[in-house]
Unconditional design. Structure first.
Length: 276
């Protein structure tokens, strides 16, 4: 793997499991254009690994990600003259991270400690599972600075994850969503102390990686695609195709053989047991 920028750290603590750490705590792990481009290059390597089963996203220093680094924008770092075309390229580059996480067969787990703002919040919404700490906060701040609350897939993901009514209120007001509300709304799967956050995310990653690759990859695809299914019939059609293909896999065949052998052993043990 090529050298990783110091603002990121990527490790593989167990087979099939990767951990990507954002390491700009003095800027609350905010990202500017050059960093997003470097993150794409890192994704080129990480997500191309067919052995990757689960990817954990984590922000160091008590922050997840504060989104766009506005200070870098003001200082012109990596932006030159902010004309319309360049602004569109910037937006597409940020949004592309979300698309890549969604398209990956690997399950994505966001471990959220501290703020997740704008594009940073969008990364958590693109994850398949989210855990947080009591100090986690989700911010859609763009609506307060003359932009729209819809960026990097937020207007797509948020209403599907917490319901349209609650999403409208958050997006129109721009108020932060605290951790307890995020848990109640189903955005977070659990709250843990900060020192337990990464271990909890890794525990979930290990549970996912213990399942067959076909099962988890296609379950992820089915879940996201059927959130947009036009009808029950369309959802069932997609499920039927995926399930029939699953019946043809070696993992399913081995699981059936194991089940039959265990069942036979249980019956034999019951027959041979002394009758009292």
């Amino acid at each position: 793997m090529a050298q990783t920028p110091r603002e990121f750290d990527y490790s593989t603590p167990a087979p099939g499991i990767g951990v990507l750490r954002l390491q700009r705590p003095t800027r609350r792990n905010a990202l500017h254009l050059a960093l997003v481009q470097a993150l794409h290059q890192l994704f080129d390597q990480i997500l191309a690994d067919g052995a990757l089963r689960a990817l954990v996203l984590y922000g160091e220093g008590g922050h997840f990600c504060a989104g766009l680094d506005l200070k870098a924008w003001v200082e012109g770092k990596g932006f030159d003259d902010a004309d319309v075309l360049q602004a569109m390229r910037l937006q597409q580059t940020f949004a592309g991270l979300v698309q890549r996480l969604r398209a990956s067969d690997a399950a994505v787990i966001a471990a959220v400690d501290g703020v997740a703002v704008g594009a940073g919040m969008a990364l958590t919404l693109a994850a398949d599972v989210r855990f947080g700490t009591a100090r986690a906060q989700f911010h859609i701040g763009a609506v307060r600075i003359g932009l729209t609350a819809g960026e990097c897939g937020i207007s797509y993901h948020l209403p599907r994850l917490i319901g349209a009514g609650r999403a409208f209120e958050l997006m129109l007001t721009g108020r932060p969503m605290p951790a307890d509300e995020a848990l109640q709304a189903g955005l977070l799967s659990g709250l843990v102390p900060p020192e337990q956050l990464l271990p909890r995310a890794l525990e979930c990653a290990q549970q996912i990686a213990a399942n067959p690759p076909y099962s988890t990859a296609h379950t992820k695809r089915l879940m996201w695609q059927n959130l947009d299914a036009p009808s029950l019939a369309a959802a069932l059609e997609l499920e039927n195709h995926a399930q029939v293909l699953g019946l043809m896999t070696q993992d399913f065949g081995a699981a059936v053989q194991s089940f039959v052998q265990k069942k036979a052993a249980t019956v034999a043990a019951a027959i041979s047991a002394p009758q009292g």
